[in-house]
Design a protein around this ligand. Structure first.
Ligand SMILES: Nc1ncnc2c1ncn2[C@@H]1O[C@H](COP(=O)(O)OP(=O)(O)OP(=O)(O)O)[C@@H](O)[C@H]1O
Ligand SMILES: [Mg+2]
Length: 267
């Protein structure tokens, strides 16, 4: 059953209320040495709620725990302790197989280094996550082509990743993250391997996706990138140093208009 920490099972009846996508309470992650002793306490008690439709930058100095947090949020790693509700479900209670299926349904994840499969064409790369959801092949390719069109790569079908620029490869990775129609898009330094104008174009794409209702969570160490997000959560030594809305954000969006209404998830 879907739950939330603050308002149990109340959201369906209250569409005006924020709907949590990710809720973390007292979350800790400890890396241990092979002898069982503590190596690093990377997250030391994180309390954060991310609601549907938010656009959040996770910032902090090198080693502050950003990637560790993003890997836990992305269900690539499990916390040592504390609670994580992903779209209302307690992920700690799930088996590895259930977690990997649930992750595939809910999360689109974008890596700094793109992580595309070099032997496959871009539409095959984008179609890959649908294979794990047992979507038939013809439908997989159809949806991949449609999603590549949305990220501006409809004219590159049949190409392999090495035939594309870095920015185009990151667009393929974004299409692969979107093709499953996830509830939340998560990215660890998505512009980290790109020159600044290509990075700006990727941020422009994120802003379009956000305006269309997507929830986006992004790690960045770059204040210029974070400046374009709606909210900044800054980590320091494994704790939240501050968590604030960016007051200028709405004013910078098309004449101060509020973001588009957030569509209901298909899951
Ligand atoms: N697999 C691991 N085993 C042991 N310690 C780790 C591991 N991964 C990360 N750490 C440690 O946990 C802390 C947080 O690391 P993390 O990678 O989350 O930092 P970060 O904020 O992403 O840094 P950066 O900006 O350099 O990417 C660091 O002290 C790091 O050395
Ligand atoms: Mg990192």
């Amino acid at each position: 059953m879907t739950q939330t920490l603050d308002q149990p099972a109340a959201h369906a009846a209250n569409p005006g209320r924020p709907t949590p996508v990710a809720e973390l309470r007292a979350l800790r992650k400890i890396y241990y040495k092979p002898d069982g002793s503590v190596m690093v306490e990377a997250l030391r008690g994180i309390d954060v709620t991310i609601n549907r439709g938010e656009y959040v930058a996770i910032m902090g100095a090198s080693g502050s725990g950003k990637s560790t947090l993003m890997n836990v949020l992305g269900c690539l790693d499990r916390p040592t302790d504390g609670l994580y509700l992903l779209d209302g479900q307690d992920v700690a209670a799930m088996s590895d197989d259930d977690l990997s299926n649930y992750r595939g349904l809910k999360i689109g994840f974008i890596f700094q280094a793109f992580n595309l499969i070099p032997q496959l064409t871009i539409e095959e790369n984008v179609a890959t996550p649908l294979f794990y959801q047992h979507v038939p092949r013809a439908k997989r390719i159809e949806r991949a082509i449609e999603t590549l069109g949305k990220v501006g790569l409809g004219d590159r079908l049949g190409h392999r990743p090495r035939e594309l620029s870095g920015g185009q490869q990151q667009r393929v990775a974004i299409a692969r993250a979107l093709v499953t129609r996830p509830v939340v898009l998560m990215a660890d330094e998505p512009t980290g391997n790109l020159d600044s104008s290509t990075g700006q174009a990727i941020l422009g794409l994120f802003e379009e996706l956000h305006a269309a209702g997507m929830t986006i969570l992004m790690v960045t160490h770059d204040p210029v990138v974070a400046e374009r997000c709606l909210r900044v959560v800054r980590l320091k030594d494994g704790l939240v140093e501050y968590d604030r809305q960016q007051p200028g954000y709405l004013g910078r969006k098309a004449g101060g208009a509020a973001p588009a209404p957030v569509p209901e998830s298909t899951h």
